[in-house]
Design a protein around this ligand. Structure first.
Ligand SMILES: CC(C)(COP(=O)(O)OP(=O)(O)OC[C@H]1O[C@@H](n2cnc3c(N)ncnc32)[C@H](O)[C@@H]1OP(=O)(O)O)[C@@H](O)C(=O)NCCC(=O)NCCS
Length: 496
């Protein structure tokens, strides 16, 4: 934050090249030649504002009236060093609100009110008596229990490491395959219900993978410790856990501990999570209110703004009308981007903080300042911290340790991420298309291009453009293919 304007001081320094007196219209004028070195960023920022004190001083000093010019740059020229564009930022916000109000009105006049909360329920439930997506989520507990009992067996030596790994591998594979089979086979699973249950299974897969890895690391550590102790024959001091309540392996292998991790807003298991001292009720209620409000807003904007544009884009896509396709794409980019931003805030701030507060989970770093990304790499390191942490801890670093190059390891992470993006979109839509996969894999060359050719603000603009334009391209491709597959006969009749 900038502080109030600092009064300019007139200093007689050697930097001042000279002071001359000229006669202008019969009045003497003092021309001060002030070197640019003397005009610092701080005082240049405050040039336009004169304090009352300075004005008064000038009024009292007669010579002050005589000098009203000095050597200086215009504010908008880069040489001036001026950087306070707060007013311009406000102008941008005002323009954004005005232009979107116009769009809002135009939309209302054209389509009327399309928001229908009842229709949203039907996206989750086709048949309210079976609710397959909810059943799928309940069944996922079986996989949690399998992972738990495998770890218990491993901890007491009933299972060998190899056999334990085999059981975990089968369990994790089934976690990925079982919901696919159900979503594809059961007709009453809707795309939204399918996406929700697959999302839950994907999160569970990542969590149980982390659970398996951390417990294995603990066993390896305790074996190494036992070996070094037997070699030294020394009696160890029990690690400093007596005074505090830190859990040590295998004391963590309880159902309570595992279910805490399953519900905690993280994908990386730890024996002792940082805990917040208490639940702040006001904070909790605020997050709950935000969740409810923004979810309604997301649904309303999708129905009122996004769906009509998507519907009107089907015909140009069918006809391969390039100019109209571009126009619809740009039209879709705005609501799509707003929805994505609202989703980001609702999920990564409101929902995750709500759950964390409820569970007194202390680490609230769910995102960092991705909006300042000047490179694509920075964006992926900072926008989804739980996934990034998991990738680093359980995938990227283990690969680096095995001797893979940085580039190969990064490519492998993006390949896995591309697979999961495709998995979460293609399976619920019941059609295999490569758009999400390609979108994720395209991040690698894009990262390279941005890092090589665009820096600073240009890099930041490139990241924003890739977010604003890239997503609606994928959305349009999927929706178009879905429409063609399911409602081909009505495509020709969609409104313009
Ligand atoms: C691939 C990815 C993990 C790379 O992350 P990155 O931060 O660029 O990787 P870096 O090479 O900078 O190294 C990261 C860490 O590994 C460490 N590291 C580097 N080389 C290492 C080595 N040989 N051995 C061990 N550690 C090493 C680094 O020190 C660094 O640690 P630090 O974070 O504590 O400083 C990241 O881009 C990513 O998460 N991508 C996928 C994200 C994604 O798909 N998200 C989906 C969201 S919907």
């Amino acid at each position: 934050m900038e502080e109030g304007p600092v009064p300019r001081k007139r200093r007689a320094t050697s930097d001042a090249i000279g002071v001359t007196l000229k006669q202008l219209n019969g009045r003497p004028v003092i021309i001060e030649n002030v070197s640019r070195k003397f005009v610092t960023k701080q005082n240049v920022n405050d040039l336009p504002s004169k304090t009352a004190k300075e004005k008064k001083k000038r009024r009292n000093v007669p010579s002050g009236e005589l000098s009203c010019h000095r050597l200086q740059e215009s504010l908008l020229s880069s040489a001036s060093g001026y950087s306070n564009y707060r007013g311009v930022l406000n102008w941008c916000v005002v323009m954004l609100v005005l232009s979107n109000s116009r769009l809002f009105l135009e939309n209302l006049l054209k389509y009327g009110i399309l928001v229908d909360p009842i229709q949203v329920l039907s996206l989750f439930l086709k048949d309210p008596y079976t609710m397959p997506a909810a059943c799928l989520v309940i069944v996922s507990n079986v996989f949690v229990l399998v992972a738990f009992y495998t770890e218990r067996r491993l901890s007491v030596g009933c299972f060998s490491e190899r056999f334990g790994l085999l059981v975990h591998s089968i369990n994790l594979s089934v976690i990925l395959c079982f919901p696919v089979a159900i979503v594809l086979m059961v007709k009453s699973v809707t795309p939204v219900g399918g996406a929700f249950s697959l999302g839950v299974y994907t999160i569970l897969f990542l969590k149980l993978y982390s659970y398996k890895d951390v417990n294995k690391w603990c066993r390896e550590k305790s074996y190494a410790k036992a070996r070094s102790l037997s070699r030294s024959h020394s009696c160890p001091a029990v690690s400093g856990n007596k005074g505090n309540s830190l859990v040590t392996y295998p004391g963590n292998l309880t159902l309570r501990d595992l279910y805490y991790f399953v519900f905690a807003p993280t994908l990386c298991y730890e024996l002792n999570f940082p805990r917040s001292p208490n639940i702040r009720k006001r904070f909790l209620l605020r997050r709950l209110f935000e969740m409810l409000f923004f979810t309604q807003l997301l649904v309303g904007l999708t129905q009122q703004w996004m769906i009509p544009i998507i519907q009107s884009s089907m015909k140009p896509l069918e006809d391969m009308d390039l100019s109209r396709m571009m126009e619809r794409l740009l039209r879709l980019a705005v609501p799509n981007h707003f929805l994505w931003l609202i989703f980001f805030y609702t999920f990564f701030h409101s929902a995750m903080n709500f759950v964390a507060e409820l569970l007194r989970f202390g680490d609230r770093e769910f995102y960092r300042d991705w909006w300042n990304s000047e490179t694509v790499t920075y964006f992926w390191q900072n926008w989804n911290i739980p996934v990034h942490k998991w990738c680093l801890r359980h995938f990227y670093r283990p690969m680096l340790k095995r001797g893979l190059s940085k580039w190969a390891s990064q490519s492998a992470v993006f390949l896995a991420s591309a697979f999961f993006h495709e998995y979460l979109v293609s399976v619920p839509l019941k059609m295999l298309r490569p758009w999400a996969f390609m979108g994720m894999m395209a991040q690698l060359p894009l990262a390279w291009i941005v890092a090589c050719f665009l820096h600073g603000n240009y890099g930041n603009a490139a990241v924003w453009i890739s977010l604003i334009i890239g997503q609606p391209i994928a959305v349009l491709m999927y929706v178009h293919d879905y429409y063609v597959l399911h409602y081909r006969e009505s495509v020709g009749r969609t409104p313009e």
